[in-house]
Design a protein around this ligand. Structure first.
Ligand code: CP
Ligand code: NVA
Length: 310
Protein backbone atom coordinates (compact mmCIF):
# COMPACT_ATOMS: atom_id res chain seq x y z
CA UNK A 1 0.00 0.00 0.00
CA UNK A 2 1.40 3.47 -0.84
CA UNK A 3 2.20 5.62 2.19
CA UNK A 4 -0.62 7.87 3.34
CA UNK A 5 1.18 11.21 3.69
CA UNK A 6 -1.00 14.13 4.84
CA UNK A 7 0.75 16.95 2.96
CA UNK A 8 -2.02 18.94 1.28
CA UNK A 9 -5.77 18.46 1.00
CA UNK A 10 -5.70 18.46 -2.80
CA UNK A 11 -3.56 15.28 -2.78
CA UNK A 12 -6.15 13.29 -0.82
CA UNK A 13 -9.31 11.63 -2.12
CA UNK A 14 -12.39 13.68 -1.14
CA UNK A 15 -14.06 10.49 0.14
CA UNK A 16 -11.15 9.94 2.56
CA UNK A 17 -11.35 13.56 3.77
CA UNK A 18 -15.09 13.22 4.34
CA UNK A 19 -14.48 9.98 6.27
CA UNK A 20 -11.97 11.81 8.47
CA UNK A 21 -14.56 14.48 9.37
CA UNK A 22 -17.24 11.84 10.11
CA UNK A 23 -14.82 9.73 12.16
CA UNK A 24 -13.74 12.82 14.13
CA UNK A 25 -17.36 13.54 15.06
CA UNK A 26 -17.96 10.03 16.35
CA UNK A 27 -14.68 9.84 18.29
CA UNK A 28 -15.37 13.28 19.81
CA UNK A 29 -18.91 12.41 20.90
CA UNK A 30 -17.78 8.97 22.07
CA UNK A 31 -15.52 10.35 24.82
CA UNK A 32 -17.38 13.41 26.14
CA UNK A 33 -17.17 12.33 29.80
CA UNK A 34 -13.54 11.20 29.81
CA UNK A 35 -10.63 13.28 31.18
CA UNK A 36 -8.65 14.72 28.26
CA UNK A 37 -5.61 12.53 28.82
CA UNK A 38 -7.59 9.28 29.04
CA UNK A 39 -7.36 6.95 26.04
CA UNK A 40 -10.28 6.11 23.74
CA UNK A 41 -11.66 2.69 24.63
CA UNK A 42 -10.27 1.04 21.47
CA UNK A 43 -6.73 2.56 21.72
CA UNK A 44 -6.21 2.08 17.96
CA UNK A 45 -2.66 3.49 17.95
CA UNK A 46 -1.40 1.61 21.02
CA UNK A 47 2.36 1.23 20.70
CA UNK A 48 2.65 3.91 18.00
CA UNK A 49 4.92 6.95 18.28
CA UNK A 50 4.61 10.27 16.42
CA UNK A 51 7.79 12.37 16.04
CA UNK A 52 7.03 16.10 15.74
CA UNK A 53 9.57 18.54 14.31
CA UNK A 54 9.00 22.24 15.00
CA UNK A 55 11.00 24.82 13.06
CA UNK A 56 8.42 27.46 14.04
CA UNK A 57 6.49 28.25 17.22
CA UNK A 58 3.27 26.46 18.12
CA UNK A 59 0.79 26.07 20.96
CA UNK A 60 -2.25 24.35 19.40
CA UNK A 61 -0.50 22.08 16.91
CA UNK A 62 2.00 20.84 19.45
CA UNK A 63 -0.46 20.17 22.25
CA UNK A 64 -3.29 18.82 20.07
CA UNK A 65 -1.09 16.25 18.31
CA UNK A 66 0.36 15.12 21.64
CA UNK A 67 -3.08 14.76 23.24
CA UNK A 68 -4.43 13.10 20.06
CA UNK A 69 -1.71 10.45 20.20
CA UNK A 70 -2.36 9.83 23.93
CA UNK A 71 -6.10 9.46 23.33
CA UNK A 72 -5.41 7.00 20.50
CA UNK A 73 -3.25 4.97 22.90
CA UNK A 74 0.13 6.06 21.49
CA UNK A 75 2.75 8.68 22.32
CA UNK A 76 4.39 11.74 20.74
CA UNK A 77 7.91 13.13 20.89
CA UNK A 78 8.52 16.85 20.31
CA UNK A 79 11.73 17.86 18.51
CA UNK A 80 12.58 21.54 18.65
CA UNK A 81 14.62 21.88 15.45
CA UNK A 82 17.00 24.39 17.01
CA UNK A 83 18.19 21.80 19.55
CA UNK A 84 18.43 18.87 17.12
CA UNK A 85 21.10 18.02 14.57
CA UNK A 86 18.69 19.29 11.89
CA UNK A 87 19.32 22.73 13.38
CA UNK A 88 23.08 22.15 12.97
CA UNK A 89 22.81 21.22 9.30
CA UNK A 90 21.97 17.49 9.20
CA UNK A 91 20.05 16.95 5.98
CA UNK A 92 16.29 16.54 5.75
CA UNK A 93 16.90 13.28 3.85
CA UNK A 94 18.94 11.76 6.68
CA UNK A 95 16.56 13.11 9.32
CA UNK A 96 13.67 11.47 7.45
CA UNK A 97 15.45 8.12 7.26
CA UNK A 98 16.50 8.16 10.92
CA UNK A 99 13.07 9.16 12.25
CA UNK A 100 11.42 6.56 10.00
CA UNK A 101 13.40 3.86 11.88
CA UNK A 102 12.27 5.21 15.26
CA UNK A 103 8.73 6.53 14.84
CA UNK A 104 5.53 5.42 13.12
CA UNK A 105 4.75 8.86 11.68
CA UNK A 106 6.44 12.25 11.43
CA UNK A 107 4.78 15.67 11.71
CA UNK A 108 6.71 18.76 10.66
CA UNK A 109 6.05 22.49 10.99
CA UNK A 110 8.48 24.39 8.80
CA UNK A 111 8.89 27.42 6.55
CA UNK A 112 9.65 26.26 3.00
CA UNK A 113 7.04 23.85 1.64
CA UNK A 114 9.83 22.13 -0.32
CA UNK A 115 11.30 20.89 2.98
CA UNK A 116 8.03 19.11 3.78
CA UNK A 117 8.00 17.48 0.35
CA UNK A 118 11.62 16.42 0.70
CA UNK A 119 10.96 14.91 4.11
CA UNK A 120 8.02 12.95 2.68
CA UNK A 121 10.13 11.83 -0.28
CA UNK A 122 12.76 10.25 1.98
CA UNK A 123 10.54 9.01 4.82
CA UNK A 124 9.31 5.43 4.94
CA UNK A 125 6.53 6.35 7.40
CA UNK A 126 3.65 8.82 6.84
CA UNK A 127 4.51 12.54 7.03
CA UNK A 128 2.01 15.16 8.20
CA UNK A 129 2.09 18.87 7.31
CA UNK A 130 1.80 20.81 10.57
CA UNK A 131 2.03 24.14 8.67
CA UNK A 132 4.39 25.51 6.06
CA UNK A 133 4.59 28.96 4.49
CA UNK A 134 2.27 27.61 1.77
CA UNK A 135 -0.42 25.63 3.58
CA UNK A 136 -1.98 24.47 6.86
CA UNK A 137 -4.26 21.51 6.06
CA UNK A 138 -4.66 20.26 9.66
CA UNK A 139 -6.18 23.61 10.59
CA UNK A 140 -8.73 23.38 7.82
CA UNK A 141 -9.72 19.82 8.85
CA UNK A 142 -10.50 21.22 12.32
CA UNK A 143 -12.42 24.11 10.76
CA UNK A 144 -14.48 21.75 8.60
CA UNK A 145 -15.31 19.68 11.68
CA UNK A 146 -16.32 22.89 13.50
CA UNK A 147 -18.64 23.94 10.65
CA UNK A 148 -20.06 20.41 10.37
CA UNK A 149 -21.01 20.64 14.06
CA UNK A 150 -23.14 23.71 13.29
CA UNK A 151 -25.56 21.42 11.49
CA UNK A 152 -25.54 23.06 8.05
CA UNK A 153 -24.24 20.96 5.15
CA UNK A 154 -20.75 22.05 4.06
CA UNK A 155 -21.75 21.77 0.40
CA UNK A 156 -23.24 25.06 -0.73
CA UNK A 157 -22.04 27.02 2.32
CA UNK A 158 -21.00 30.62 1.54
CA UNK A 159 -17.59 31.12 3.16
CA UNK A 160 -15.85 34.51 3.09
CA UNK A 161 -12.18 35.11 3.89
CA UNK A 162 -10.86 38.59 4.79
CA UNK A 163 -7.35 40.00 4.86
CA UNK A 164 -3.98 38.46 4.12
CA UNK A 165 -3.50 35.64 1.61
CA UNK A 166 -1.57 33.09 3.61
CA UNK A 167 -1.05 29.39 4.34
CA UNK A 168 -4.42 28.95 6.08
CA UNK A 169 -6.24 30.51 3.12
CA UNK A 170 -4.45 28.25 0.64
CA UNK A 171 -5.68 25.12 2.42
CA UNK A 172 -9.17 26.65 2.60
CA UNK A 173 -9.03 27.22 -1.18
CA UNK A 174 -8.18 23.54 -1.70
CA UNK A 175 -11.01 22.49 0.62
CA UNK A 176 -13.56 24.59 -1.31
CA UNK A 177 -13.50 22.27 -4.30
CA UNK A 178 -13.25 19.09 -2.26
CA UNK A 179 -16.12 19.95 0.11
CA UNK A 180 -18.16 21.98 -2.43
CA UNK A 181 -18.55 25.24 -0.49
CA UNK A 182 -18.30 28.65 -2.19
CA UNK A 183 -15.36 30.82 -1.18
CA UNK A 184 -15.17 34.61 -1.55
CA UNK A 185 -11.77 36.10 -0.81
CA UNK A 186 -11.66 39.79 0.17
CA UNK A 187 -8.15 41.16 0.04
CA UNK A 188 -6.50 44.43 -1.01
CA UNK A 189 -5.30 44.79 -4.59
CA UNK A 190 -1.72 43.57 -4.62
CA UNK A 191 -2.41 40.79 -2.09
CA UNK A 192 -3.72 37.84 -4.02
CA UNK A 193 -3.86 34.13 -3.10
CA UNK A 194 -1.36 31.83 -4.75
CA UNK A 195 -2.56 31.72 -8.39
CA UNK A 196 -1.59 28.09 -8.95
CA UNK A 197 -3.48 26.96 -5.83
CA UNK A 198 -6.61 28.88 -6.87
CA UNK A 199 -6.60 27.72 -10.49
CA UNK A 200 -6.03 24.08 -9.49
CA UNK A 201 -8.99 24.31 -7.09
CA UNK A 202 -11.14 25.97 -9.76
CA UNK A 203 -10.17 23.27 -12.25
CA UNK A 204 -11.35 20.74 -9.64
CA UNK A 205 -14.76 22.48 -9.56
CA UNK A 206 -14.35 25.03 -6.76
CA UNK A 207 -16.35 28.28 -6.86
CA UNK A 208 -13.85 30.90 -5.77
CA UNK A 209 -14.05 34.67 -6.27
CA UNK A 210 -11.58 37.38 -5.28
CA UNK A 211 -12.68 40.94 -4.50
CA UNK A 212 -11.24 44.10 -2.97
CA UNK A 213 -14.67 44.90 -1.46
CA UNK A 214 -15.10 43.35 2.02
CA UNK A 215 -18.82 44.21 2.24
CA UNK A 216 -19.49 42.44 -1.07
CA UNK A 217 -17.71 39.33 0.23
CA UNK A 218 -19.63 39.39 3.52
CA UNK A 219 -23.09 39.86 1.99
CA UNK A 220 -25.27 36.81 2.87
CA UNK A 221 -22.17 34.81 3.88
CA UNK A 222 -22.61 31.91 6.31
CA UNK A 223 -19.04 31.95 7.59
CA UNK A 224 -16.57 34.84 8.02
CA UNK A 225 -12.92 33.81 8.40
CA UNK A 226 -9.69 35.69 8.95
CA UNK A 227 -6.17 35.18 10.25
CA UNK A 228 -3.27 37.28 11.44
CA UNK A 229 -1.96 39.97 9.11
CA UNK A 230 1.63 39.02 9.96
CA UNK A 231 2.36 35.32 9.71
CA UNK A 232 5.35 33.64 11.33
CA UNK A 233 8.52 34.51 9.46
CA UNK A 234 7.06 37.69 7.89
CA UNK A 235 8.33 41.18 8.61
CA UNK A 236 5.99 43.60 10.40
CA UNK A 237 5.22 46.13 7.62
CA UNK A 238 3.18 49.22 8.55
CA UNK A 239 2.26 49.73 4.89
CA UNK A 240 0.74 46.22 4.64
CA UNK A 241 -1.19 46.67 7.90
CA UNK A 242 -2.66 49.95 6.63
CA UNK A 243 -3.82 48.26 3.42
CA UNK A 244 -5.41 45.43 5.40
CA UNK A 245 -7.18 47.67 7.96
CA UNK A 246 -10.45 47.94 5.92
CA UNK A 247 -10.59 44.11 5.89
CA UNK A 248 -11.00 43.75 9.66
CA UNK A 249 -13.84 41.35 10.51
CA UNK A 250 -16.24 43.44 12.62
CA UNK A 251 -19.93 44.06 13.25
CA UNK A 252 -20.26 46.05 10.01
CA UNK A 253 -19.44 42.91 8.03
CA UNK A 254 -21.68 40.70 10.18
CA UNK A 255 -24.53 43.20 9.64
CA UNK A 256 -24.75 42.20 5.97
CA UNK A 257 -24.01 38.46 6.48
CA UNK A 258 -26.61 35.77 7.22
CA UNK A 259 -28.25 36.34 10.63
CA UNK A 260 -26.76 33.08 11.92
CA UNK A 261 -23.32 33.63 10.37
CA UNK A 262 -20.34 32.39 12.40
CA UNK A 263 -16.74 33.55 12.83
CA UNK A 264 -13.62 31.40 12.43
CA UNK A 265 -9.98 32.19 13.20
CA UNK A 266 -7.21 29.60 13.53
CA UNK A 267 -5.56 31.57 16.39
CA UNK A 268 -3.39 33.13 17.64
CA UNK A 269 -5.49 36.27 17.10
CA UNK A 270 -4.55 39.92 17.22
CA UNK A 271 -7.82 41.34 18.49
CA UNK A 272 -8.28 44.91 17.29
CA UNK A 273 -6.35 44.19 14.09
CA UNK A 274 -7.82 41.44 11.86
CA UNK A 275 -10.90 41.02 14.11
CA UNK A 276 -12.75 43.40 16.42
CA UNK A 277 -13.07 42.51 20.12
CA UNK A 278 -16.86 42.58 19.72
CA UNK A 279 -16.83 39.81 17.10
CA UNK A 280 -14.05 37.78 18.73
CA UNK A 281 -15.88 37.62 22.08
CA UNK A 282 -19.37 37.19 20.59
CA UNK A 283 -21.42 33.95 20.65
CA UNK A 284 -20.94 33.69 16.87
CA UNK A 285 -17.19 33.24 17.41
CA UNK A 286 -16.27 29.54 17.22
CA UNK A 287 -12.55 30.04 17.71
CA UNK A 288 -12.19 27.89 20.83
CA UNK A 289 -14.24 25.07 19.28
CA UNK A 290 -11.80 25.24 16.38
CA UNK A 291 -8.86 24.99 18.76
CA UNK A 292 -10.32 21.96 20.58
CA UNK A 293 -11.25 20.36 17.28
CA UNK A 294 -7.59 20.26 16.29
CA UNK A 295 -7.38 17.24 18.61
CA UNK A 296 -10.41 15.44 17.17
CA UNK A 297 -9.69 16.17 13.50
CA UNK A 298 -6.03 15.19 13.82
CA UNK A 299 -6.92 11.89 15.47
CA UNK A 300 -8.70 10.99 12.23
CA UNK A 301 -5.75 12.25 10.19
CA UNK A 302 -3.41 10.05 12.25
CA UNK A 303 -5.66 7.01 11.82
CA UNK A 304 -5.90 7.60 8.05
CA UNK A 305 -2.11 7.92 7.86
CA UNK A 306 -1.76 4.53 9.54
CA UNK A 307 -4.19 2.98 7.07
CA UNK A 308 -6.89 2.53 9.71
CA UNK A 309 -9.56 4.71 8.07
CA UNK A 310 -9.61 3.24 4.59
N1 CP B 1 -3.61 27.44 14.73
C1 CP B 1 -2.39 26.93 14.97
O1 CP B 1 -1.81 26.19 14.16
O2 CP B 1 -1.90 27.29 16.18
P1 CP B 1 -0.41 27.07 16.70
O3 CP B 1 0.48 27.97 15.89
O4 CP B 1 -0.46 27.47 18.15
O5 CP B 1 -0.02 25.64 16.52
N1 NVA C 1 -0.87 32.27 9.15
C1 NVA C 1 -0.40 32.00 10.48
C2 NVA C 1 -1.04 30.78 11.03
C3 NVA C 1 -0.63 30.42 12.43
C4 NVA C 1 -1.28 29.19 12.94
C5 NVA C 1 1.11 31.85 10.46
O1 NVA C 1 1.63 31.19 9.55
O2 NVA C 1 1.77 32.41 11.34
Amino acid sequence: MPLHHFLDLKDIEPAALHRMVTDAVSRKTGRLDLPKGAPDSDRPLAGHVLAMIFEKSSTRTRVSFDIAMRQLGGAAIVLDASTTQLGRGESIADTARVLSRMADAIMIRTDDHAKLLELAHHATVPVINGLTDLSHPCQIMADLLTLHEQGKPLAGLQVAWFGDCNNVLHSLVEAAGLFRFDLRIATPAGYRPDAATVSAAQAAGAHISVTADPLAAARDADVLVTDTWVSMGQAHQEEKLALLAPFQVNEALFAVAQPDAVFLHCLPAHVGEEVSAEVFESPRSLVFDEAENRIHAQKSVLLWCQGLLG
